[in-house]
Design a protein around this ligand. Structure first.
Ligand SMILES: [Zn+2]
Length: 366
């Protein structure tokens, strides 16, 4: 046993990962897979992106610029470069691949283990015994159904009955969006399920911090590869698809999310519904300071207060000047410009102005 332990230490001496107790690395294939996996994880350190073709087969790279659906599966930062401790919990060799299950987390000051996510990677070998990754999404989507409507290819689990009315409704809204913003249709992959948790699992997570709690409509858009993952609203999750069309038009606007929220709502509700919740919070917290709008945040599982306010700003501009107004407000790159130029409100006055406006708008929702 001591010999084995020494060997494991040597194998992992330069690795970015750690082995849980009980993980057997005695087989040559497992060792090879582990070296390959460790070199992939290490290659992301210090904001670098490795040459994906060294790790992913050509068929995957033809489909997506970023084949790894775990990499940005939780937030906009590469998972492997967020300073989490990566502990390999489990390695399972099968006849087709070697499955590596990893926990990304850290210990807090009291040494409690905090888990950010648990992932699955699948390493296979080609005929020359060169290792490559199999995409967990490819494995997990076996048995899913596909249907194309206009420019949207829907992928959905076998229990789901495809709803053409909802798909047509999405496409009609997209046709209007394209007309209003002078855009051409883009080809979109649209993954849907009853719950967002299922879509997180589809990507290869056993667990992520986005999972759990009460189910509500949730989604994620990936504008690098024009795909969306939509839970809870079936075929008509307009919000996430709208991001694919609009994000790249105004990359420097602080209102990217607000624009989409104003048009499509958020988490299944329109802006004024969210503003009512924000208003209640503001009444109860008279010291919350909206002059520091970028820092205004509180935890509410049903509302993102910042994007509700951004959505309100877009709604007000739309009421004033329609799409022309929205196109104008999206060109500003700071809140200061937005408030001064659109509402003639100077910095330092935002708190008074926004509290009054949020109260008025939320009362209109009643
Ligand atoms: Zn959004």
């Amino acid at each position: 046993m001591p010999v084995l332990l020494l060997f494991l230490f040597t194998l992992n001496a330069k690795a970015q990962t750690y082995l849980n107790i009980g993980v057997d690395t005695t087989s040559a294939d497992v060792q090879k897979a582990l070296v390959f996996y460790n070199s992939y994880i290490a290659a992301f350190k210090h904001k670098k992106t490795p040459e994906m073709s060294a790790y992913w087969p050509a068929a995957e790279l033809e489909q997506r610029k970023v084949p790894d659906q775990l990499l940005y599966g939780i937030n906009m930062y590469p998972l492997y470069d967020q300073n989490y401790r990566a502990t390999i919990l489990y390695i399972k060799p099968t006849s087709k691949y070697i499955q590596i299950k990893t926990q990304f987390g850290y210990t807090d000051s009291l040494k409690n283990i905090i888990t950010f996510c648990i992932t699955n990677h699948y390493v296979a070998f080609d005929q020359a015994k060169k290792p490559y990754f199999i995409n967990p999404l490819t494995l997990n989507a076996v048995g899913w159904h596909t249907k194309k409507v206009r420019n949207i290819t829907f992928y959905y689990p076998s229990y789901h009955q495809f709803n053409q009315v909802r798909a047509d409704s999405l496409c009609n809204r997209l046709a209007k969006l394209e007309k209003d913003w002078s855009l051409t249709p883009i080809q979109v992959r649209y993954y849907l399920a009853d719950t967002y948790d299922e879509l997180i699992k589809l990507k290869g997570f056993d667990l992520s911090i986005l999972m759990g709690n009460l189910d509500r409509p949730s989604g994620m858009s990936d504008d690098q590869d024009n795909q969306v993952f939509c839970g809870g609203l079936g075929e008509n999750y307009f919000h996430e698809v709208a991001h694919l069309y609009l994000n790249h038009l105004y990359p420097n606007s602080p209102l990217q999310e607000g624009l989409v929220v104003s048009m499509a709502g958020s988490m299944g509700h329109q802006v004024n519904w969210h503003l009512k919740r924000v208003n209640v919070y503001l009444q109860q917290h008279p010291k919350a300071d909206l002059n520091q709008l970028e820092d205004f945040w509180y935890t509410d599982p049903y509302t993102n207060p910042g994007s509700a306010i951004d959505g309100m700003i877009c709604n007000m501009v739309y009421k004033k000047d329609g799409i022309t107004g929205l196109k104008r407000v999206m060109t500003y790159t700071s809140y200061q410009d937005i408030f001064e130029k659109e509402f003639h409100v100077a910095k330092g006055q935002w708190n008074t102005y926004l509290r009054k406006t949020i109260r008025e708008q939320s009362e209109m929702a009643k």
